[in-house]
Design a protein around this ligand. Structure first.
Ligand code: NI
Length: 396
């Protein structure tokens, strides 16, 4: 049976894939600069005789593994390959050798697991039908994101697929487990830049000025009513102002206050409405107080909306492979992920790979300089990616 074969191979390839992960971890590269990483992946694919194309958005790669009857159906598997501008503090033997860069979001793990899946799928290709595309995607951590750019470069015109899977490490979940959520899962993340301008003056004579500090204070408070009164109460919305700067003094009313914040939404319509409400509120409120507010919104990634039927099937396959107790439901998560762009063009399922281990003290969160994984998770990661691909290929 293919399931046993995959579990067996994941065990057999574990040491090799762990070495890949450690190499990638030691040599992290920042978004859109993953040149050595791309070369490393290319060398692996070449060695294994797996056909691939490189140079997608400069550092992205697409590999192809054909089973029997390759035209039957195509499933895509995606790993992001970039690191973060963080100085690693794990003290691990395989810690980053690139000063100021660290795989603190586990993209080394995603990449290594996809290399492992490549080994497994290549070995078993006589035992399944269809084609698997392996997408090694650059620049997940930086706007506009490698996913949208690969799609814009014609990724799916050249490599059409019927569905796509992607996984992400989750230190809050124990190694050996995976988590799924169908429908709305992760948030659209938009950046807010507000500039309130008024007429500066002496703090003792505010009637001769238009105080942008007071206007800004009103705006910060009033913005929360968009979350609590305007947004659909059934759809979580988050709005946080994280930066406010007005360079006056005890007795000086400044001319300008600058604010920055973030907006997180799970629904595209809700997102568009919130943008308009923020603009209307800021300019209207400022105007009513004799000031002016300029609102700039930089759109980040769209919400990750997992395809319901595909995700239902993935949960069934995951239970079959790992056992019911190792497949858990996920809560919605107000962070962003550019896998969302794949979900916009085809059925997609983005799920979580447990990488934590409380007993071993492996609990640091992603984006922390102390982040690390229980490497046992690599077995689960390469097995689940392989099994989801072959199971979905044989699904009706
Ligand atoms: Ni990440």
């Amino acid at each position: 049976m293919i399931k046993e074969e995959i579990l067996h191979l994941a065990q057999a390839y574990f040491a090799e894939v762990r070495d890949y992960r450690r190499h990638l971890h030691q040599h992290p590269e920042l978004s859109f600069h993953e040149y050595e990483t791309a070369k490393y992946i290319a060398a692996f694919l070449q060695k294994e005789g797996i056909p691939f194309e490189d140079n997608w958005v400069k550092t992205g790669l697409v590999a192809t593994i054909e089973g029997n009857n390759p035209g039957k159906k195509t499933i895509a598997l995606r790993a992001d390959i970039d690191a973060l501008p963080i100085k690693e503090l794990t003290g691990a033997a395989y810690a980053s050798k690139n000063e100021g860069a660290m795989h603190a979001c586990g993209h080394d793990v995603h990449t290594a697991c996809l290399l492992g899946a490549a080994l497994i799928l290549n070995d078993t290709r006589e035992q399944w039908e269809g084609t698997v595309k392996l997408i090694f995607q650059p620049g997940e951590e930086q706007l506009p994101g490698g996913a949208s750019q690969m799609i814009a470069e014609g990724l799916f015109e050249k490599h059409p697929a019927t569905a796509i899977f992607g996984q992400h490490v989750m230190p809050e979940l124990e190694a050996g487990k995976v988590g799924f959520r169908k429908g709305m899962y992760m948030a659209a993340c938009d950046e807010l830049y507000l500039t309130v301008s008024g007429k500066g003056g002496h703090g003792a004579m505010p009637h001769k000025a238009t105080d942008p500090i007071l206007v800004s204070a009103h705006i910060v408070v009033a913005l929360q009513q968009i979350v609590s009164r305007r947004a659909n109460a059934l759809l979580p919305t988050v709005l946080s102002i994280g930066h406010i700067e007005g360079k006056g003094a005890t007795n000086v009313i400044p001319e300008k206050v600058e604010m920055q914040g973030t907006l997180r939404t799970y629904d595209e319509l809700q997102r568009q409405e919130a943008h308009q409400q923020i603009k209307d509120l800021c300019s209207g409120l400022a105007q009513s107080m004799g000031a002016h507010c300029e609102v700039k919104i930089i759109k980040g990634y769209p919400p990750v909306n997992n395809h319901p039927q595909l995700t239902e099937r993935a949960i069934t396959f995951a239970r079959e492979l790992l056992g019911n107790e190792n497949v858990v439901p996920l809560e919605m998560r107000p962070t962003g992920e550019d896998f969302a762009f794949y979900n916009q063009v085809m059925p997609g399922c983005f799920f979580r790979l447990g990488t934590g281990n409380i007993a071993k003290g492996i609990t640091a969160s992603v984006h922390s300089p102390h982040f690390d994984i229980d490497e046992e998770a690599l077995k689960t990661g390469m097995a689940i990616m392989s099994f989801l691909a072959v199971s979905e290929l044989s699904a009706d």
